[in-house]
Design a protein around this ligand. Structure first.
Ligand code: ATP
Length: 256
């Protein structure tokens, strides 16, 4: 659980974050191209929010801005109540980028141990988590293989296990299920639901629209703006369709 402490008029006030991510009016351009024109987005404690939008809509850019990997031109991006990057918060955040950042010359186990140590896990907890997470992502039999010999899907699975290490308060997952077959995808979603039940907040991007149905809220990002954010059911009702895939297609049609 994340707790904040603020000094107001000399008095220390402590509380619990309800908003683990809070973007307000975030703008970002690359050269003349405005990628994010005014993004407002919140992710609350114990909530799974999916960010969907066409390719190039700015989903990864929004994530990079919140993590402090890109600087916003305007607006505010708070993660766990702070402007990132904040080194001491990194242990509370699990991030899976769209491109795998793995040590190819190390084995999967060595990668897990290395990142686990960076997150400050002790040997015993680390061993326990590695065993559990390797089962979740179905890599138990491949832990001693060098990552260079892994398929693309295996690398994605390892990246996901790395993000889940240390039971973070907040998970930010950029297309975690690309290249992962449907049966394993289901297992991963079951794990995410368990983490959510334990209070983890999850922001996820995906191109698999059926996955969006499994979340608490869907945020639709089109042309650099969140044009709607609601529960899957409410969005389907609003757009008078049966699935999030149809919501997406209708929203895309209206946007053009
Ligand atoms: N560092 C950068 N320099 C210049 N342009 C960039 C940079 N990063 C992203 N862009 C541009 O910003 C736009 C949004 O990219 P972004 O990766 O955020 O989209 P996305 O919604 O995540 O797309 P996808 O679904 O394909 O991953 C694209 O037009 C991309 O080319």
């Amino acid at each position: 659980m994340s707790v904040y402490s603020l000094k107001i008029n000399g008095v220390i006030v402590m509380g619990e974050f309800t908003q683990r991510i809070q973007l307000s009016g975030v703008k970002k351009s690359f050269g003349p191209k405005e990628v994010l024109s005014a993004v407002d987005l919140t992710v609350n404690t114990g909530e799974i929010v999916v960010l969907i939008g066409p390719s190039g809509a700015g989903k990864s850019t929004a994530i990079k801005v919140m993590l402090g990997m890109e600087k916003a031109d305007a607006g505010q991006a708070l993660v766990l109540g702070q402007v990132m990057p904040k080194r001491k918060l990194l242990g509370q955040i699990g991030y899976m980028a769209q491109t795998d950042a793995l040590y190819e010359n190390l084995t999967a186990l060595e990668n897990l141990r290395f990142f686990g140590k960076l997150k400050g896990l002790g040997n015993q907890q680390l061993a326990k988590e590695i065993e559990h997470l390797a089962t979740v992502v179905e890599l138990s039999g491949a832990l001693k293989q060098r990552v260079a010999s892994f398929s693309g899907g295996m690398k994605r699975r390892l990246s996901l296990a790395l993000a889940l290490l240390g039971q973070p308060d907040l998970l930010i997952l950029d297309e975690p299920t690309v290249g992962i077959d449907p049966a394993l995808r289901q297992k991963i979603w079951a794990e995410l639901a368990k983490l959510k039940a334990a209070g983890t907040s999850i922001l996820i991007t995906t191109h698999v629209m059926s996955e969006a149905e499994l979340t608490d809220r869907v945020a639709l990002l089109f042309e650099g703006k969140i044009i709607a954010t609601d529960t899957p059911d409410q969005l389907e009702a609003k757009y008078q369709v049966e699935t999030i895939e149809e919501v997406f297609l209708k929203a895309e049609g209206e946007d053009k």
